[in-house]
Design a protein around this ligand. Structure first.
Ligand code: NDP
Length: 246
């Protein structure tokens, strides 16, 4: 029996990249997964694949900027599988530009998804975790928050804010009920940087990704490692980056 056989894990941003790889990895290790994102066609294909491989998966349309959507994600886990053990708050967007460009819409988008979206997940799952006497928050932050790079100020700021939230939550919860894990990926080959508006910046990001980027499976294995520890062991922070990343 896998150590994940008894776990119920909800994943946001499960429609592509790290979230999709995490869903596949956890389901293959026996976890029941509950998947949320806006692109339900992608989620549907992933659920079908997991079930075809003998896994357990459910899905619901989730826009993390909407608090009610996170409540529906958590409720689906509880209704369908009886509880929620882990919330992987992974949904994220990245816009890169110098601050002087005043890309205020981009700043707002990153704050809404990367920061407010994680808070909405905490608000939805925390009462359930407390009621169960057990729960685990996992977030996908970034090496951008560890080594500050020009053009990534707001992105890095949102990721460091989330790291702070989880550390505060940890310190407020030393009764053993909650575990918190912040995972900091470096360059990972996903669609994340395809959404950068500026063509020059997008091309530069794509080149870095192509030459350096590691598979999202590497991050998925790190998430699984954190989750499968015994309840009295918390993996607080992990950095997963290409060996050649500066
Ligand atoms: P992708 O672009 O492949 O995945 C991003 C995911 O976030 C998608 O599933 C997308 O789903 C979801 N998402 C975006 N906005 C929303 C929203 N409003 N509501 C719900 N879901 C949303 O990129 P990655 O897999 O790389 O990104 C996953 C996480 O990893 C992000 O938090 C990112 O910041 C972080 N990260 C990535 C790194 C990398 O190099 N790739 C490095 C460090 C951190 P949909 O559009 O269907 O809603």
């Amino acid at each position: 029996m896998s150590t994940l056989d008894s776990k119920v894990v909800a994943v946001t941003g499960a429609s592509s990249g790290i979230g999709a790889a995490t869903a596949l990895e956890l389901a293959a290790r026996g976890a029941a997964v509950v998947l949320g994102a806006r692109r339900t066609d992608r989620l549907g294909s992933l659920v079908a694949r997991i079930r075809a491989e003998g896994g357990r998966a459910e899905m619901v349309e989730v826009d993390v900027t909407e608090r009610a959507d996170l409540e529906r994600l958590v409720a689906l886990a509880v209704e369908h599988f009886g509880r929620l053990d882990v919330l992987v708050s992974n949904a994220g967007v990245a816009r890169t530009a110098p601050m002087a460009d005043l890309d205020v819409d981009g700043w707002d988008a990153m704050i809404d998804v990367n920061l407010r979206g994680v808070l909405h997940g905490i608000a939805a799952a925390l009462p359930v975790f407390r009621g169960q006497g057990r729960g685990h928050f996992v977030t996908t932050v970034s090496t951008s928050g560890l080594k500050i790079v020009p053009t990534q100020a707001v992105y890095a700021g949102t990721k460091n804010a989330v790291r702070t939230l989880l550390e505060a939550l940890r310190q407020e919860s030393t009764d053993g009920v909650l575990r918190t894990t912040s995972i900091s990926p470096g360059y990972v080959r996903t669609e994340l940087l395809d959404h950068i508006d500026d063509p020059g910046q997008r091309e530069q990001a794509r080149q870095s990704m192509a030459s350096l980027g590691i598979s999202p499976d590497a991050v998925a294995r790190a998430v699984a490692f954190a989750i499968e520890q015994p309840d009295d062991v918390e993996i607080g922070d992990m950095t997963i980056r290409p060996t050649r990343q500066g």
